[in-house]
Design a protein around this ligand. Structure first.
Ligand SMILES: [Zn+2]
Ligand SMILES: [Zn+2]
Length: 307
């Protein structure tokens, strides 16, 4: 069994307050527990990791030293900003492995994540953390054996910096992420009226985009739970948000359905979305279909799902 718990479901910046109490205001953080083998995995260290840290200090530390693995989808701030507040990192005996893709600048992961723990930004320096912390760079790779029967596949997704989707399989259960990402698109000029239009290039670009989108759908095909970027509505996306690295709700739903995903968690909510707005979107997009259909919902902080 994989036990999934959402500790942060927002994108961009935390947005606490009376208007976001139901869905939560913390940025990306998802916890996976594998109770049969005692493994603990965290995906992203957004502001939600602070409360997860408190939970681990209260429930896990009394049973022995904490050992966890943090997989970063990418190193944008909303996905790493909680790391300095991950209290187990200050406890001697804690073991943390941090995995993630490296940006195009090629700086080591340790510097990118730890860079926010310089006195300029934060009162505690990275070197003062008492835990044993190991950093490991990940690339796109299928079927990485994580031991204990857990298998991980990673996929490059479409974001302004290198970002990875994660697919964890364990004893027949499959959990998958695809955020922050937007549909791959034709990078060549597609308007025949444009002087730089080249019919062959436009055609090639169309094929390449279609293929990349298919590769990603194959990556999350059949997942028991897919957590997918859904920051915008299709209208918002087309109205000036193309190229920002986020998907529309409509895209997430159609891609998940085509890929035969069992449950789709719409994720990385725009900080402008209030509870009322997310409830309205739920009515619009998440109607119950036939039992074979993909179950669709907007991820909510505190939500727990067993796979
Ligand atoms: Zn983000
Ligand atoms: Zn991002």
């Amino acid at each position: 069994m994989i036990q999934v718990r959402f500790w942060g479901v927002r994108g961009s910046i935390p947005c606490p307050g009376p208007q976001t109490m139901k869905y939560g205001g913390n940025t990306a953080c998802i916890e996976l527990r594998f109770p049969e083998v005692g493994r603990h995995i965290i995906i992203d260290a957004g502001s939600g990791i602070r409360e997860l840290a408190g939970h681990m200090m209260a429930h896990d530390l009394p049973r022995g030293p904490i050992s966890t693995e943090i997989y970063l989808s990418h190193t944008h701030w909303d996905h790493i900003m909680g790391f300095p507040f991950f209290v187990p990192a200050y406890i001697p005996g804690t073991t943390i492995k941090v995995y993630g893709p490296v940006t195009y600048e090629d700086d080591p992961l340790e510097e990118v994540v730890g860079g926010q723990m310089k006195y300029r930004y934060f009162p505690v320096n990275m070197g003062e953390l008492a835990a044993s912390i190991e950093y490991k760079r990940l690339r796109e790779e299928p079927n990485i054996d994580l031991g204990d029967g857990i298998v991980l596949s990673t996929a490059i997704i479409n974001h302004p910096i290198t970002a990875l989707g994660y697919r964890f399989s364990f004893r027949g259960a499959v959990f998958c992420t695809a955020y922050d990402t937007e549909p791959f698109r034709n990078l060549f000029v597609t308007d025949p009226a444009d002087p730089s239009y080249d019919e062959l290039m436009a055609h090639e670009g169309e094929l390449a985009a279609r293929e990349q989108n298919q590769v990603l759908e194959d990556f999350f095909a059949g997942a028991d739970l897919l957590v997918h970027d859904a920051q915008y509505t299709e209208q918002e996306y087309n109205d000036g948000k193309i190229g920002w690295g986020h998907s529309s709700i409509e895209h997430a739903i159609s891609a998940a359905r085509r890929a035969g995903v069992k449950r789709l968690a719409l994720f990385h909510h725009d900080p402008e979305r209030t509870d009322t707005h997310l409830d309205e979107l739920t009515t619009l997009y998440c109607a119950d279909g036939s039992p074979d259909d993909t179950t669709i919902f907007f991820a909510r902080e505190g939500m727990k799902i067993d796979l």
